[in-house]
Ligand binder design. Sequence first.
Ligand code: CU
Length: 116
Amino acid sequence: MNPLACALLACALLSGPAVAQQKADDHSAHHATGAATAAASSADMADGEVRKIDKVAGRLTLRHGDIRNLDMPGMTMVFQVKEPALLDKVKVGDKVKFRAEKAGSGYVVTAIEAAK
Ligand SMILES: [Cu+2]
């Protein structure tokens, strides 16, 4: 398949869930931080660097800075990803901005993008 068609398809598939996901994130961020402002959603994006990607298991290892919505200091750790397609947006060594949420016994990346 031609790469452009692939990219467009991935984009179309992502845009639906991403919108619903945004609402869910804002909701939980509100509960986590109490007096969250409208600007909180972008402030919740944490900085990180991709150390390892495991597409089969749907996990990635990030060296991350403070994650304010999780009250977590910087460290290197493994995250699950909410959607496998998120792993296609980044590669090992990339500096990224991401959002993570607590889920059960672990943490889930719900959004990620390469940092400019
Ligand atoms: Cu951590």
